[in-house]
Design a protein around this ligand. Structure first.
Ligand SMILES: C[S@@+](CC[C@H](N)C(=O)[O-])C[C@H]1O[C@@H](n2cnc3c(N)ncnc32)[C@H](O)[C@@H]1O
Length: 542
């Protein structure tokens, strides 16, 4: 890689912005991209993973559970990946969720979440306590999000496929923490994804800025007083980064930047790029003409906001071992939730034009993202729908087979709240807002379905359980061929001694949780020495 694939309009702009630093920036394209994975501490501790993994791993300085791996290690092709023991994630992309500072028990919203890298990171920080609402506007990408939430064994997530515009009315002042990992022009990924660089167009920047402005405004409404928003992009353009934050602060004076510690090679955001902003200059002209009385205080607010962006962080590929990112941490000091539609002078002036433009921009980049996502296995479509629709359509479901299964298989599992969608049964977190009219894809942890008086446990249930929670299980070892054969969907011959039953009166016959090296990977049905494979077709090892 030499940087020759970079669009000229992009390099010209970066040269102008970076001045003396530009050569070092360009030189970073002579280095190969770096590969990262994050250990999923919902399933195992960092120490225990390091003790059992044969991969050569180097810590990522800003993410305690993150590690660099060598390309040839191919961690996506390992049974531990199928057990959800880690998530493959670009190293710089681990920074935003770290800066969100999530604590167990909090209510967290990941507004633009698919395919779920940061959501699974947040879920690990919640440690099963509190609530993760994870949303994405694109229904295809939500499928990958659902899959990753299930793979990682997240029990306390609700997955939505909704426009934030609608969500803000249902969730006003509800969340302690909100992550906006915004759709962006993706310039920071040009080393990792050459096709993205080829598809890039100079006008993407302004188009994405229109979407980002809306997302920030909508997220503010959903934040609790005292709460925190982390805004992140994987792009370099000031329009989508410092300018976006400065404008938001000018419009929302009760929000402030919580300065990011400039460690690990993180660099401060650039106030000079805000002051030179064409958009602000245009607005300045408007203010000069029409708002004489307010003009002085507006200028003062812009100056202060520009100063604050010094506390936001730039992750440049020539300063950190990772791709390009931007992160801003915003805290809200108001005592009441923000009202929907509260728009300040700067944003409202250009909002309408850009909203119209933004609709056109996204498909181009989304096509690129889709190509990348196609590498991931597809998830079978399952029923979702709003809770209102569900309530209207819900026939009476005989839950006895479900209760019987749960009592026998996971007697100690406490499920605070059940939600039914047709024959599908979910364990929902408590205290959810009223999601009537919202597209809910997963109202909680999917447990399974009752069909023809039988309960079929879901793969998500298996992946969310710990081996010791299941009363009947079959343990395989990574060292034996049966482990891989199970992941390929084959029927296995398993001696009765290998079926563990929690009590003497329990028969080895029927459903059992199958685990590799002690980590659940799915269900099997055992009878007379044969383990019928219940590993879902879409998840199989190929
Ligand atoms: C940078 S990607 C998110 C990556 C994700 N946070 C992760 O770590 O895996 C941005 C996402 O925003 C979604 N998106 C775009 N416009 C949106 C909107 N208005 N509301 C919610 N999500 C949106 C896109 O579908 C895309 O999946």
């Amino acid at each position: 890689m030499t940087g020759s694939h970079l669009p000229k309009a992009f390099t010209d702009k970066l040269e102008r912005l970076l001045g003396d630093e530009y050569e070092a920036f360009l030189a970073s394209y002579h280095h190969s991209r770096l590969y990262g994975l994050r250990i999923n501490t919902l399933k195992c501790s960092v120490d225990s993973f390091l003790a059992m993994s044969s991969m050569e791993l180097e810590p990522i300085a800003w993410a305690p559970t993150g590690f660099y791996y060598r390309e040839e290690a191919r961690p996506g092709k390992h049974p531990y990946y199928h057990a959800g023991l880690y998530y493959i994630q670009e190293p710089s992309a681990m920074a935003p969720a770290e800066l969100l500072d999530v604590r167990p028990g909090e209510r967290v919203l990941d507004l633009c979440a698919a395919p779920g890298g940061k959501s699974t990171q947040i879920a690990a920080k919640l440690q099963g306590q509190g609530l993760l609402v994870t949303n994405d506007i694109h229904s295809d990408r939500v499928k990958a999000l659902v899959k990753n939430i299930e793979l990682c064994g997240v029990r306390n997530a609700v997955v939505l496929n909704e426009q934030p515009e609608k969500l803000q009315h249902a969730c006003r002042g509800y969340f302690d923490k909100i992550l906006i990992d915004a759709p962006c022009s993706g310039e920071g990924m040009f080393r990792k994804e050459e096709d993205m660089a080829k598809a890039w167009q100079p006008d993407w920047v302004v188009r994405y800025a229109g979407m980002q402005r809306e997302l920030l405004r909508q997220a503010a409404v959903m934040l609790k007083p005292g709460g925190r928003i982390v805004y992140s992009t994987c792009t370099f353009s000031p329009e989508e980064n410092e300018e976006m934050i400065a404008e938001f602060l000018t419009d929302h004076p009760q929000f402030h930047v919580l300065p990011v510690a400039m460690r690990y090679g993180f660099r401060p955001g650039r106030p000079d790029w805000v002051e030179g902003s064409e958009r602000l200059q245009e607005n300045e002209a408007k203010h000069g003409e029409s708002l004489d009385a307010d003009a002085a205080s507006w200028h003062q607010a812009v100056r202060e906001a520009a100063e604050e962006v010094k506390g936001t962080a730039r992750l440049w590929p020539h300063h950190v071992p990772g791709e390009g990112h931007y992160v801003a941490v915003l805290v809200y000091s108001g005592s009441d939730p923000v009202q929907a539609g509260e728009a300040g002078a700067v944003g409202s002036a250009m909002q309408a034009d850009e909203a119209a433009l933004s609709v056109k921009a996204e498909p181009e980049r989304e096509r690129e993202l889709e190509k990348i996502n196609r590498k991931q296995p597809k998830l079978k479509k399952q029923r979702g729908g709003s809770s209102k629709q569900a309530a209207e359509k819900q026939p009476t479901l005989d839950l006895q087979p479900f209760y019987d299964f749960m009592r026998e298989m996971v007697p100690e599992l406490h499920i605070p709240h059940l939600t039914l969608h047709g024959e599908h049964i979910y364990a929902s977190p408590e205290g959810l807002p009223d999601f009537s009219g919202i597209r809910v894809i997963r109202p909680g942890w999917y447990l399974g379905s009752v069909r023809k008086q039988r309960f079929e446990p879901s793969h998500a249930l298996a992946m969310g359980l710990k081996l010791e929670e299941a009363a009947r299980s079959v343990s395989l070892s990574l060292a034996e061929p049966a482990a891989l054969r199970y992941l390929k969907g084959e029927t296995l011959e398993v001696p009765v001694e290998q079926v563990r039953c929690a009590s003497e009166d329990m028969k080895p016959k029927g459903y059992g949780l199958v685990a590799i090296d002690g980590f659940p990977v799915g269900w099997g049905k055992w009878m007379d020495g044969i383990l019928k494979n219940e590993y879902p077709a879409g998840w199989r090892w190929t």
